[in-house]
Every structure is written in C-alpha cells, then in structure tokens.
Design a protein around this ligand. Structure first.
Ligand code: HSE
Length: 432
C-alpha cells in the first residue's frame, strides 16, 4: 500500500466509545491518513439498530446490521460491541481472513485471548487491544514492547474507575458504600447495574490481560482471585485512615516463586504511595521492574473520547504496518508461568475485631497469632461499650508479612475465643 492506496475500516459497534471512534475516523481522516501514509475510509458501522440514538451521528448510509458483510469488505476491523458473542465469532472471522483487528473488549480477551491470538498468529494478522485496560492510559504496549527487555516483578493497578470513585467518596466524605454508589450512579460513573464493577470482575479481566503481557504467559480471568468492594464500610475506611492508609480496589499481579499470583481485592495502600493519590474515577498502573525500577502510568480509565484515543492509537499502528508491509508481531508467551494459589500468597494484613475489654483478652488474641507464626506489627485499641453498658474494645491489628493460609487459620482460632465478639474486617496491605 502507499499514499495513493485506501485502507477500508469496518467498525463494529456504535456505543459510547464506538461513536467517538467513528467521529474521529471521519473528522480527522486527513490527519490519520497523513500519519499512516495511505488514505483511510470508514466503510461502515455494524449496529443492532440502525435507528437508535447515538452519542455522535455518522452519515446514515454507513450504518447497517450485517456485521459479516462489513468484515468481508474491510481491510481493518475495529470491534467495540463488548460481550463474548457475537464479538468472538466476528473477530475470528476477520482474523482467520488475515485482517487485523482492534478491540476494546476486556471480558472477551480475558476469557478467549489465547484463542484470538492463536488465530491472529496463524493468519499473520495483528490483534491489538490497548483500549481494553485502563481506557486512555498506554499500558499494554509499554508492557509488551517498552519493557520487553526487562523483568517485571510486580504490577499494582487501580483499573476500575467506578470503584475508585466510590472508595474515594467514602474516604473524603465518610459516606457508606450504598450512598457513594448512588452518587456514582447519579453522576454517570456507575452503570444502573454496577455488578461487574463493584464485585471486581471488570478489574479482574484487566488484571488477567496485564499479567499475561507483563509475565509473558497465558492467563485468563479464571486465574484471578477476585473480591469486590460491597462489604467495605465507612468504619473500615475511617480506621484505615487513622492508621495512615487508604482503601483502594487494587489489582495485584506478582511474580511468586515459579508462578504469578493475580488478585483483585480492596486493599490498604499507604497514604504516601503514589497510588493513594489517584482520586475520583481515574486509573493508574504502578509497575515494578528489575532494571527500570518503579513506573507509574496514570490517566482517565474510561469514557468515550479517552478510550477512543487508545483505539485509534492501535488502528494507526496497524494501518502503518499495512502500508510498510511485514508480518504482525505476535505476543510472547514463552514463559508459560502458572498462576499460584492464594493460600501461598504472602502479604501484610489489617484485621478489625470487636472484643471484650477485660484482663487477658489481648494476650489471648496475640497468642493465637503467635501459634500460627503470624507476627503482629501494630495493634490499636479503641474503647466503647455494648448495649448493656459493658466495656468493649475495637481492635485493629496490622501484621508483618504472612501467608494467606496462616492468616486465615489464625482468624479461625481468634473467632473461637469467647472474649472475641467478631472479626469485623480483613484487608491486605500493599505498597510498603
Ligand atoms: N466500568 C469501567 C470502570 C470502565 O468503571 O472503570 C470500562 O472498563
């Protein structure tokens, strides 16, 4: 191909992101063509309903409901429909025909990424999906290319804007989860059905994708341990704050012996850690690499225009390759590391307990920690009283690093003490 040639682009989907991608492909066609070195043409937009209202309306003749015909007429396919099917089948149709594909479909890639990459490799087509993780933030290409001569040891990410907004509201206003969620919905950050965000699955999909590229292995969402934020209380947030921490829904992807542990959970992060200063619906990814040291990638993790920017970046890169020729560069998965079980994960913990306030209670609790080899770093007691006027104490323990299995065995025994009314919270502590 060359400057006189034309690259036909087929767009699947015209939602929040898709309509902005269509707008940029049309309004910025000249700029994109100059950067690519060939003319580009938005050939069509496949949608479910050609009459639906759009965030941005392209010329009516571009819309159709026949995705397969559009794929067959295109040189490059951009898939922004979301969901597993029919997106998977359509992407495979394009890749099997040797057509490069850009996608932002994190749920699909976290589940079927291996199959899609294999199809891409078999036909020599490029499959790129920067927009699937953290919206506008360039994080996948840095992991895949810029850091490919280094060893990544750990990635800590705030990869879901909705939950970061909710936890930030709880931290700054003292709101309970339900009120902060309602505010997020009112402002349009949270969906009417916020399940995938607040239960952590959205962040878990992104964590699987990030871990695969960071550790040159093939991970799926089934390899990710996932806990959401629905049980985080205003009291937990306030207690964390008093101890110098903020609670974030953190995706942690960590080299662990011969494997990689991938987990998403509400986690205490020290106030002075760069991730603690990520407010509102913003995302950030903190990478620790052997030679590069610590890197932080920060920016808008969602939204039509920011996510469209990531899609167009992939598109320009792919289109340039069509112009210059040469085979697509496959992803490296040579390491083939396994995901490691949660029981073996070592981290610090913060535990909240309600106990009686009488002689020997602290000693009994400390003894259970010692029996399981879990070392206490700090212990804080706040006095209160129960409904009958008897003295009670709220205890907050922060441990040194301990194995997950030992921590859970400790708490099982602590809950069995007659002087302990309840273990009220358990959080991992990361970033120290
Ligand atoms: N729902 C996601 C978030 C955006 O809140 O970050 C798209 O992944």
């Amino acid at each position: 191909m060359g400057a006189s040639q034309r690259i036909k682009v087929g767009l699947l989907g015209s939602g929040n992101v898709g309509s902005q991608v269509a707008r940029i492909l049309i309004e910025e066609a000249q700029m994109l063509s100059q950067r690519i070195g060939a003319q580009i043409e938005l050939t069509g937009i496949a949608v479910r309903d050609t009459q639906a209202d759009r965030h941005w309306q392209a010329p009516a003749e571009l819309y159709s409901t026949d995705a397969d015909v559009l794929i067959d007429r295109s040189d490059v396919v951009i898939e922004l429909t979301g969901g597993i099917e029919p997106a998977r089948t359509r992407i495979l149709r394009a890749l099997n025909a040797g057509k490069p594909v850009v996608s932002g479909n994190k749920a699909l890639i976290a589940k079927h990424g291996v199959e899609l990459q294999q199809a891409a490799q078999a036909s020599g087509a490029q499959f790129s999906y920067e927009a699937a993780v953290a919206g506008a933030i360039p994080i996948l290409r840095p992991l895949k290319d810029s850091l490919s001569g280094d060893h990544v040891n750990r990635v800590l990410g705030i990869m879901n804007g909705t939950t970061n907004y909710i936890l930030d509201q709880m931290d700054t206003t003292g709101a309970q989860f339900d009120d902060a969620l309602a505010e997020a919905q009112r402002l349009g950050y949270a969906e009417a059905d916020p399940t995938a965000d607040v239960e952590g699955q959205d962040a878990a999909s992104k964590a699987a994708i990030v871990a695969s590229l960071a550790f040159h292995s093939e991970f799926t969402i089934d390899d990710v341990h996932c806990e959401g934020i629905t049980s985080v209380t205003a009291e937990d947030v306030a207690a964390a704050s008093e101890d110098g921490y903020v609670i974030k829904l953190l995706a942690t992807c960590e080299r662990d012996g011969e494997g990689v542990n991938i987990r998403v959970s509400p986690t205490l992060v020290p106030r002075e850690h760069p991730l603690a200063s990520v407010h509102g619906a913003y995302n950030a990814v903190f990478v620790q690499a052997e030679n590069a040291g610590e890197l932080m990638f920060y920016g808008p993790g969602a939204g039509g225009n920011p996510t469209a920017s990531a899609v167009l970046g992939d598109f320009v890169s792919i289109a340039r390759r069509l112009v210059t020729g040469g085979a697509a560069i496959p992803e490296s998965t040579y390491a083939q590391l396994d995901s490691t079980p949660m029981a073996d994960v070592v981290s610090r913990y913060s535990i909240g307990m309600e106990a009686e306030d009488r002689v020997g209670v602290l000693a009994a609790i400390a003894e259970k920690f010692a029996e399981h080899g879990v070392s206490i770093s700090t212990m804080r007691q706040t006095k209160g009283q129960n409904a009958g006027g008897e003295p009670t104490s709220s205890l907050r323990v922060i441990t040194h690093r301990a194995e997950d299995s030992k921590m859970r065995a400790t708490l099982h025994d602590v809950e069995g003490l007659s002087s302990v009314r309840a273990v009220t919270s358990l959080y991992r502590v990361e970033g120290e």
